[in-house]
Design a protein around this ligand. Structure first.
Ligand code: DON
Length: 595
């Protein structure tokens, strides 16, 4: 008996060791014996991996990950009322326009990637367009030099907004609840007020003088009624915004692009030297585009085609490093970082050369993403030495001539998934608040290449493919993405961050797929960025160990620690047990809410 007991103990000890030594996680619920085992990430004591140890939010029925707790709550309430992920996304969008004026918007635009419960993918481009009166040189002086700030601040910086049309479109196609119901929570937040977080109070205070400069000394918008700075816990009431939302609630698309709100917008433009007209508003329509659906190993990447460069660039980046054993090399080890940087260098050079609005320029999407082309681009890579960005240009493709944002993800219990990135561009956009309408206008025109070879606010270069033309969409880096495995939804991913969006999405996906991180760990993970020019890599504090830094520097990489942080991810992953993991970025107020 005693012998039997000790044998049993021995067996149990062995079993426990076997289990702990081989912690496995399949992210799609397949058997742990599947050959696609995910070995759970283990932190290397010499290589700090995470910004924080925040844990993911687990939900059984639905999840919203967004930049603000109130907006995520709104989305979940809509699902509890019987709405699907698309209803919840629309409600979250309008709520963000109220509670997160930094980037949530009515006066901006964005991109939606949707995978419905049957696995069919859709992408909607609701990016702003250049107004009809725009022209290539509109931000240049008589000598042909860029007039500093003109594409960034004030009335002339805005493109024709696409957000309201975008929300109407996705709701019309997929919504289950009435339009009235999905807009209502935002109206309540605007009229009853929202409690400011520390970060939001600080944002409004820091921009007070600029709001006054652009909207007049006596502007009431975003000013504390007690004539003092905002502090955390203050309530921000936005009556005019509430009124605008009510009109949109009653009239849908025409409530924004025609009638009273359109009049307010056009009057505001006239007052401040802007050029958006009634005709621009009437003509604006978002565009359903064929999604990019590309394989990376045995995953399917569903992402956005131009006018965002994000999707093409993401697939190029992933496929460029597909050949390397990143998992074996380790998270942020010198070899892993080196090949990722070299991929980024080449891909951002392609972005500058080839990408623009597909309604105006021919973008060689298939060629750029093909493994054959990427192999050629890689031919001058050498492990011993950093490639010099000066020696890199956009690739050659036969037959072609050269020529502050926010993300939210929603998944419902039926398996519909939505990944949306939307923006005013800079924080609070152009800082112009439409008088009487209470909403901010974007400064998206700066995303055009306003002069060939002159970098935009994110240091990005462009040329002919992205020059200004009336009704053209400015090139974006927004990368809302959905990843599928074995025919099932795996994760919805996205972030703001200008030019760093693409590389943050890239790293987050690799962190899960290659390094075995949970969704939240992948979001928490420290990040880095390279964009071809300027030829330097920036990284979040502690992202690289001394060993990695020394190895990279000795091979000629210019590397700078970043003062700030990279990314504000809001992602959702389906876990092996069928529950959803909401992963919002600990770097700001981002919050996931599930049920
Ligand atoms: O479309 C783009 O790429 C930029 N307008 C995004 C701006 C952005 O992410 C700002 N937030 N950090």
């Amino acid at each position: 008996m005693k012998k039997n007991l000790s044998l049993l103990t021995l067996f149990l000890v062995f079993f426990a060791i076997a289990c702990t030594n081989k912690p496995v996680q399949t992210t799609d619920g397949t058997s742990s014996k599947s050959k696609d085992l995910f070995v759970l990430f283990e932190e290397d004591p010499n290589q700090k991996a995470f910004f924080s140890d925040r844990k993911g939010v687990i939900g059984q029925n639905g999840m919203v990950a967004s930049a603000h707790p109130e907006a995520s709550k709104v989305g979940v309430e809509i699902m509890k009322m019987g709405g699907n992920a698309i209803d919840a996304a629309v409600a979250t969008h309008f709520a963000l326009a109220v509670v997160f004026p930094f980037a949530g918007n009515l006066g901006g635009g964005g991109f939606a990637v949707i995978r419905d419960k049957n696995g069919k993918a859709y992408t909607l481009d609701f990016r702003e367009k250049a107004p009809l009166k725009a022209n290539r040189d509109m931000y240049l002086d008589a000598k042909g030099d860029v007039i500093q700030g003109l594409s960034l601040l004030g009335h002339l910086a805005s493109g024709v907004p696409g957000a309201v049309d975008g929300m109407v479109e996705i709701h019309k196609k997929f919504g289950k609840l009435s339009w009235e119901k999905v807009v209502q929570p935002a109206i309540d937040l605007a009229e009853k007020g929202v409690i400011l977080t520390d970060r939001e109070a600080l944002g409004l205070n820091n921009n007070k003088q600029t709001f006054k400069k652009v909207n007049g000394e006596n502007t009431p918008y975003f000013m504390n009624p007690e004539n003092r700075d905002w502090v955390k816990g203050d309530v921000l009431i936005q009556k005019d915004l509430g009124k605008t939302l009510r009109i949109i609630q009653q009239k849908g698309r025409s409530g924004f692009y025609e009638g009273e709100v359109a009049d307010l917008l056009v009057n505001e433009m006239k007052k401040g030297g802007g050029i958006i007209s009634h005709e621009d508003l009437k003509k604006y329509h978002s565009a359903w585009r064929e999604p990019i659906v590309a394989d990376y190993k045995n995953y399917k990447i569903i992402t956005m085609p131009p006018s965002s460069s994000g999707g093409v660039a993401l697939v190029q980046l992933l496929r460029s490093v597909e050949q390397y054993p990143l998992r074996k090399w380790g998270f942020n080890s010198d070899s892993t970082v080196q090949v990722m940087i070299e991929a980024e260098r080449r891909v951002y050079a392609d972005r500058a050369k080839w990408m623009g609005d597909m309604d105006f320029v021919k973008v060689p999407m298939k060629e750029l993403m093909s493994r054959e082309y990427l192999k050629k681009r890689w031919s001058d890579f050498n492990f011993a030495k950093a490639t010099d960005s000066k020696s890199i240009d956009g690739g050659t493709i036969p037959g072609y001539e050269s020529n502050e944002t926010t993300h939210y993800s929603v998944v419902d219990k039926e398996g519909n998934a939505v990944s949306i990135t939307t923006t005013l561009n800079g924080g609070y956009g152009s800082k112009v608040v439409v008088s009487g309408g209470g909403f901010l206008m974007n400064n998206e025109m700066d995303d055009f290449s306003i002069k060939a070879g002159v970098p935009n606010m994110f240091g990005l270069l462009g040329n002919k493919a992205n020059e200004i033309q009336p009704e053209k969409r400015m090139l974006s880096s927004m990368t809302p993405t959905i990843v599928e495995k074995d025919g099932k939804f795996l994760m919805a991913v996205g972030t703001p961050g200008g030019s760093t969006i693409i590389t943050s999405v890239y790293q987050t996906i690799l962190n899960v797929i290659e390094h075995g991180m949970t969704m939240q760990q992948a979001v928490n993970a420290l990040k880095f960025h390279h964009q071809w020019l300027p030829d330097r890599t920036v990284y979040e504090a502690n992202a690289f160990s001394e060993k990695t830094l020394n190895a990279l520097k000795s091979r000629g990489y210019i590397i700078d620690a970043q003062k700030g942080t990279l990314g504000r991810m809001d992602c959702i992953m389906l876990r092996p047990d069928g529950t959803l993991e909401g992963a919002s970025d600990p770097r700001a107020d981002n919050t996931s809410v599930g049920y």
